[in-house]
Design a protein around this ligand. Sequence first.
Ligand code: CA
Ligand code: CA
Length: 529
Amino acid sequence: MYNPKRMACCLIVLAFLPVMAASAQMTIEIKDYVTMPVTGLADGKGNNEVLLSRVNGLREEPGGANRFFVPDLNGPLYILDKETKKLTTYLDFNGREGHPGLFHKLFLETGYGSGLNGFYFDPDYRRNGKFYTVHIENPALPGSIMPDNANFRGLNLAAYTTTPAIAPPGETQFEGVLIEWTDTNISNATFEGTAREILRVRMNTRLHPLGEMIFNPTARPGDPDWRVMYLECGDGGSGEAMSSIRPNPQRLDNFEGKILRIIPDLNEHTSTSTVSENGRYRIPNDNPFVSKPGARKEIWVYGLRNPHRLNWAIDPNNPANNHLVVNSVGLHTWESVYIVRKGANYGYPLREANELLKPDNTTAPLPAVDRIPVQISDVTDELVVPVYPVIKYGHVPGGGDAIGAGFLYNGKALPALRGKYIFTDITTGHVWYADYKDMLAADDGKPETLSPIHEVKISWNGKVHDTMFPIAEAAYQARGGKAAHLPGRATVSGDGRADARFAIDAAGELYIYSKTDGVIRAVVGATAK
Ligand SMILES: [Ca+2]
Ligand SMILES: [Ca+2]
């Protein structure tokens, strides 16, 4: 029954809801989903090998096949059956001496992103069987630069050739390799088909390599963004170096510290793009720097340190609010989330988040008038205003050391999270959310306006925790891990790294996985009270 008095009362309550919501404590409930095979060592010594399994993502196969593809940085690309939870090794990238996989020069030892780093399905996968990977190679390792199909006979290499590496200025060591794979039968759990090297990027150091890629999930055939890849390339450690490589993230003549935008398929968008220098992909004509002499035409945005997690925030109520969002790992001071705007300069290494980054790698307040010179190989006389983050948190207790993946939650199972962007800190295992509307409001060109973030607690096996750290620690110890707490260390997390990151499935439901204990967990509940 309609009751005007009661309605007025409700409206008054509603007016206060945002304030109440801001102070409500969000708690997510997580449940173990699958335990990944150990590909590391439990002995607590060494670098990357101390992580039990370097699971690095969870991608659901398009089209309702009910399977995840799960890359482990150490080499295996698994298919995970959602019904049976059975894992099958689909491909293995580790072909190092004594290993059965594809790439003799796979680089694994150090660097958090080394190994099989990126995996993504082509938007038209159901029809074309294509997917993409990025892995890291050390050219100095023995063996062939060609894939080795001795144990993957279904891979036809007759037409396979490598590409010249595209290098940044300065000394270089490692290479990120983007490959397009075409499986001619996607109904089984084995690979049979061809592969094509698309791009090879040389990096200054082992840090912050080429990594994650994504496609605009709202683009349909005929749209300008259909099958157009956004590909992040870290700064290769250049921006924090106190040497001639320091400006590389600002220099538009190289790929380091950038998000690239390319068309992997040479037959797509042929009238609105040009073929790349290496002949393996196309570059859209509406990329921001295609007409700037000396600039790499592939660049979409620049001035980032380690933009290692890309996601597309889809606003179900307003498609004009859809944005590519990037989580970028900072140096010593700030972790940042940025809304990606065509051609933007995010400032690094001249800025970190919304502060000045000084040549000694400490931060200071921004200058009164904040402008950065555009740099191709040399500094030009053109100036731009840097673009500031919409979320930042500090390298302080209660904060963290390195931002993980984040997602705007659009699933159905967790109504309390709808419209919220949820993300982790990798090392401390803190989880926060921000309201997407606050993030959009903070994307206003003003450095001082940022979205509030709200701490999320985690319920696991009947107990509520402040972070993922004790959860990963318990599982790591139970699996025989020998480090005192967790492997690795970082400034804020101290002894051990939780290594917690989110993923989503095709329905937009959340998972959280951790390299240290090698466990993927499903987020099965969320309450705000
Ligand atoms: Ca197959
Ligand atoms: Ca702002």
